[in-house]
Design a protein around this ligand. Structure first.
Ligand SMILES: C[S@@+](CC[C@H](N)C(=O)[O-])C[C@H]1O[C@@H](n2cnc3c(N)ncnc32)[C@H](O)[C@@H]1O
Length: 294
């Protein structure tokens, strides 16, 4: 079965990000399979999109899918904060962030993002660099591991889970997703084992965020994007949990001398979208516009 990532809140994003001139420039900071980018390229025939992704495998899919648009789509294999740190290009009209990972990562990447599968613990979005989930799980001191699980998973049983992981790895290293999920399952209290989600869900999220430095990159990238934006240009950010949403909300509030907040409350998907595309359920969309007088 082939899985296709459905672009989240596509109508709302298209309504909010409207180029004010011909030959406008957009940066899609999280191109993925190119779902959002494709909609923009179709809608605005003179728009050019620079499409970032730190994952070269998914970027191959975007390149293939967006090939008909020729050089109006320019893929860049890079972390979005790195891109903005060194950006010296022309002023940008529109910027989109659709944070997190894609259906591809869970279903096809074989990198251990899904706890329903039996895969090696990797979880790196950029496979060519950095610590793997296996390194984190098997080498972090117990306290550090507990902090990661607490901070990035908001997991109330973080200490019990970290302690169980350390006990297990003293016997043998934890190599696979199912082995990790099993250790967590056994570590938590009985009543926590029968909730709507698997008791290891938050631990998996936490380790993925740690492996990819996900939260630290958001603010750095927003800073760079804000500076590169032309007056009247817009940034839209879709987040999927409060740990992502909070830094975005505060960044926008703290820079309201330069940015006008267009979504006092974040926009959320319609009921119909939630029904048709359940991963969209937790999405929030925030949009700002660069003031014209700065
Ligand atoms: C939710 S998906 C984007 C889906 C896309 N909007 C679509 O409609 O097809 C997020 C993508 O961003 C990438 N990504 C996540 N964090 C990143 C970062 N810090 N820098 C660059 N790419 C990142 C992931 O590899 C993933 O492909």
């Amino acid at each position: 079965m082939e899985y296709v990532h459905v672009p989240v809140m596509a109508n709302e994003v298209l309504q909010q990000l409207v180029p004010e001139r011909d030959n406008a420039l957009m940066v899609d900071c999280t191109t993925g399979e190119g779902g959002h980018t494709k909609l923009f390229l179709e809608k605005y025939p003179s728009l050019k999109v620079i499409g970032l992704d730190c994952d070269s495998s998914i970027q191959q899919k975007a390149k293939h899918r967006l090939a008909p648009f020729g050089d109006r789509f320019e893929p860049r294999h890079i972390w979005f904060d790195e891109f903005w740190k060194n950006y010296e290009g022309p002023e940008v009209d529109l910027v989109l962030f659709d944070l997190g990972i894609s259906v591809f990562h869970y279903e096809e990447s074989n990198r251990g993002f899904s706890l329903r599968k039996q895969e090696e613990l990797d979880m790196r979005l950029n496979e060519s660099e950095g610590l793997t989930a296996r390194d984190v799980v098997n080498t972090y001191p117990e306290q550090k591991l507990a902090d990661v699980i607490f901070r990035y998973g908001e997991e109330r049983y973080s200490r019990r889970i970290a302690s169980a992981i350390c006990e297990e790895r003293r016997k043998h290293s934890i190599e696979t997703t199912d082995a990790l999920a099993d250790v967590v399952y056994r570590a938590v209290p009985q009543e926590y084992r029968h909730l709507r989600f698997h008791p290891a869900t938050k631990t998996f999220q936490a380790i993925r965020i740690e492996v990819n430095g996900e939260l630290d990159r958001i603010e750095r990238a927003l800073e760079g994007a804000m500076n590169a934006l032309r007056p009247g240009g817009r940034i839209a950010v879709i987040t999927f949990h409060s740990l992502e949403d909070r830094p975005v909300k505060w960044f926008f509030r703290n820079h309201n001398d330069k940015l006008e907040i267009l979504t006092k409350k974040p926009l959320v998907p319609t009921e119909q979208e939630c029904k048709e595309n359940p991963p969209s359920r937790s999405a929030k969309l925030r949009v700002v516009q660069k003031r014209r007088d700065v």
